[in-house]
Ligand binder design. Structure first.
Ligand code: SAH
Ligand code: SF4
Length: 394
């Protein structure tokens, strides 16, 4: 029976070192390989990708390990050029979504933690597709590396406009890089060129899946992402979003892990919440709020409370006041996200005036800070799980 090669993205720097020691190879080579993986973002063990490796090291790596690069199955840009969404293919042919976002000058990767999700939130495309499997740490790390690598590639037009002019008229329609661009596409590429030099700064675990349902793999991946000798995404730059898995939140409180926590609330009473978020039946609102309090007390950290605004459902002034009372005395910031419509749910997004009114009540009556997230990328189905659904239906 063949054994799947060890995915190097699964290993912390220390584990990579230990592997080399177990092979009776110098730890110096382990450090070199680590640098190739996370500073050069190497995709293979070739001499071009990893020049300074003795033959015996390259041979051993090639024979027993792999670099778990995730090929792109589909890639789409939002019309405003601020969001790029990747559907990435896993080794078992499953698909996950990773999104590169550029909000207010910050480059953020939104990564998945599972294929599908078991939590079944009614408005969520991932919830609607059900649970398939957990991601490995390496599959989580590979998404961040994918985005970091994408940021390094210069914009297509900057590279090839000379060639494009030469070949004008002879370029097949399927060749997206060289094809003539529409004025909109050209503007986006100019904007991309202006941004050249940017690099991955932030990670949010807000893609497909429930991170605290896959706790150990997610924490292991975060250890790798944070490594200062690697991608160096410090704790202040990482946000884990949970639907409210109470045991996971209590474990985070105990382990005092240094990153931001976001809790998806969406409703201020148990009955209303259970109708939107079935997981609330297992972890009721009062237990969730108690866990959040424990977390904030243990870590001294404020929690971001996510609130998907659904017209006529959870966006009234009365609901805003209920949220204010629920969060009173807790270090909190509320992130209001107008619903991204999905095929499996009939709700509509709250209009921006109503979203601002909701926000105003939180700030003026309860002194709770909040943001309304712009719905950039909505035209490329950038709501969680939506691209995977779109591809499956194509
Ligand atoms: N499972 C985790 C993280 C992934 S979902 C969680 O639920 O927190 C990330 C965020 O996107 C959550 O706040 C979720 O409620 C929100 N979300 C999911 N589907 C959405 C949609 N169709 N429109 C707006 N927000 C959505
Ligand atoms: Fe899962 Fe989060 Fe979607 Fe709910 S919102 S189904 S927890 S991914």
């Amino acid at each position: 029976m063949s054994v799947a090669p060890l995915n190097l993205y699964d290993l912390t720097r220390e584990q990579l070192r230990a592997l080399f020691v177990s092979w009776e190879l110098s730890p110096v080579h382990a450090a070199t390989v680590w640098n190739y993986l996370y500073l050069r973002l190497a995709e293979s063990f070739s001499e071009t990708a990893m020049p300074d490796l003795p033959v015996k090291v390259r041979t051993r790596l090639s024979a027993e390990t792999s670099i778990g690069v995730l090929p792109t199955a589909l890639e789409t840009d939002s019309s405003d050029g601020f969001t790029r969404k990747y559907l990435l293919r896993l080794a078992d042919d499953e698909r996950i979504e990773t999104v590169l976002m550029r909000y207010t000058g910050r480059v953020t990767a939104c990564v998945s933690s599972q294929v599908g999700c078991a939590m079944g939130c009614v408005f969520c495309a991932t919830g609607q597709m059900g649970y398939t499997r957990h991601l490995t740490p390496g599959e989580i790390v590979a998404q961040a590396v994918h985005v970091a690598r994408a940021l390094r590639v210069p914009p297509a037009s900057a590279v090839c406009h000379v060639l494009r002019d030469k070949l004008r008229g002879e370029i097949p329609a399927s060749c997206h890089v060289l094809r003539d661009k529409s004025p909109g596409a050209q503007a986006r590429e100019r904007a991309a060129a202006a941004r050249a030099g940017e690099r991955l700064r932030n990670i949010v675990l807000m893609g497909m899946g429930e991170p605290l349902h896959n706790y150990d793999a997610v924490m292991h991946a975060i250890d790798i992402l944070r490594d200062e000798a690697g991608l160096a995404l410090g704790g202040e730059r990482i946000t884990v979003s949970t639907v409210g898995v109470v045991p996971g939140i209590l474990r985070l409180a105990k382990e005092k892990r240094a990153f931001h926590l976001a809790v998806s609330l969406h409703a201020a009473t148990q009955t209303e919440r259970a109708a939107l978020v079935p997981a609330a039946k297992k972890w009721p609102l009062d237990e969730l709020m108690a866990a959040c309090r424990t977390y904030s007390e243990a870590t001294g950290r404020r929690i971001f409370y996510e609130w998907t605004l659904i017209e006529g459902k959870n966006d009234s002034a009365e609901t805003a006041r209920a949220v204010g009372h629920l969060l009173r005395g807790l270090p909190a910031q509320v992130n209001l996200i107008p619903l991204n419509p999905t095929a499996g749910y009939a709700g509509a997004p709250t209009a921006s005036a109503a979203a601002r009114a909701f926000q105003h009540i939180l700030s003026s009556e309860f002194k709770i800070p909040s943001t309304v997230r712009q719905r950039r990328g909505i035209d490329i189905a950038a709501g969680c799980g939506q691209l995977a659904v779109a591809e499956a239906n194509a």
